[in-house]
Design a protein. Structure first.
Length: 308
């Protein structure tokens, strides 16, 4: 028992931020064994935090709450994406964790999507590396065998919406100011095929086509109407609803649910895995176009003006 806990704890030890997805060891430092074991046995919660992600795992329920914490808008830069993938992988291999609630620590924002500054004014190698990190985040989240619930406590455009779409269930706060959707065309860019595939899976072909072409951002109630989210609840009920839904999902045997989830998601995952390198090459050649760089720069200027 103690040995298992020690290994789990080692798996969950804080990794330095900005690390890579390389495997990490499970060797324990001998001098720390007793105190760590005692600490673990007396506590049902484990927490760890990186620069942009915090995780709290409740060992009694087997549910982790993962929060994005990159103010002002949780835009997804390379470091956050990498930390996200590492933390999710750590939870994935932790036997004590069966479900993850994904939410934001930043008021009024779930995530503003990909950090546009990562896609502007950099070189091709950077864009390639960045896109690989975006793919990795998605493969880990969409491919997770755990129950994943998005507790959307703020606006969630583009890449933020993709994260929510990749979860098993979406709960959004009932606030007209919050919007969610894949608005890429409004930036003058195209959502890649796997963004398109996932929104189509969730809301159906007709709604996805309209939504993607027009780069639509929906209020919570409109998002519910088209099935982009599963539930709209009062702002102060988002977390408790997420916990209640999670408890319901976790009443099912993991084995049956996981195989079913995998059956449903495997074709989309395989499509990206098979075309991963081509997708990176495509992204780099697309994003380095002068016209695309100009569109993104203009969009950033517009955002900055609006903020003043
Ligand atoms: C043919 C083949 C095609 C292949 C295609 C391949 C690839 C291309 C596709 C790439 C996919 C892209 C996905 C994305 O996620 S792109 C990002 C899209 N995101 C957005 O459009 C959201 C923009 N932001 C907002 O709408 C708002 O900021 C907000 C999230 C609603 C929050 O509003 P508010 O609270 O009023 O905050 P501010 O607008 O004042 O923003 C505060 C500061 O944050 C900066 N900001 C905002 N969003 C981003 C972002 N996504 N990236 C970087 N920075 C961002 C904003 O400029 C403000 O900065 P300042 O304080 O310095 O002025």
């Amino acid at each position: 028992m103690i040995a298992t806990l020690l290994i789990q704890h080692e798996k969950l030890e804080q990794l330095p931020s900005g690390g890579t997805l390389s495997p990490y060891g499970v060797h324990q430092k001998h001098g720390q064994i007793t105190s760590q074991a005692l600490q673990l046995l007396s506590s049902q919660r484990r927490q760890f935090s990186n620069t942009y992600i915090s995780v709290k795992l409740d060992e009694t329920s087997g549910v982790a709450v993962m929060k994005l914490k990159r103010p002002p808008v949780n835009s997804l830069n390379m470091e956050l994406l990498t930390e996200f993938a590492i933390n999710l992988e750590k939870l994935e291999i932790d036997r004590g964790c069966r479900g993850v609630i994904l939410t934001s620590a930043v008021p009024r924002i779930f995530s503003a999507g990909l950090d546009i500054t990562e896609m502007c004014g950099k070189n091709a190698d950077h864009y390639g590396e960045f896109w690989r990190a975006v793919q990795e985040m998605w493969l880990k989240l969409y491919g997770s065998s755990m129950v994943t619930i998005a507790a959307i406590n703020g606006s969630s455009p583009a890449g933020g919406c993709l994260m929510a779409l990749s979860c098993d269930y979406r709960i959004i706060a009932n606030n007209k100011k919050y919007t969610i959707g894949l608005n890429e065309t409004q930036l003058g860019i195209v959502a890649p095929f796997w963004f398109k595939d996932i929104i189509t899976e969730v809301i159906g072909h007709r709604a996805a086509e309209r939504s993607l072409q027009l780069g639509m951002l929906y209020s919570p109630t409109d998002a519910l109407k088209i099935g982009l989210v599963d539930e709209v609840v009062a702002e102060d009920k988002v977390q408790s609803t997420a916990s209640a839904v999670m408890a319901q999902w976790l009443t099912l045997p993991d084995h049956a649910r996981q195989i079913t989830k995998s059956m449903m998601r495997k074709p989309s995952l395989d499509r990206l895995v098979t075309h991963r390198e081509a997708d990176i090459t495509n992204f780099v050649s697309y994003i380095t176009r002068d016209s695309i760089q100009k569109s993104l720069q203009m969009y950033m200027e517009m955002l900055k003006k609006k903020g003043r």
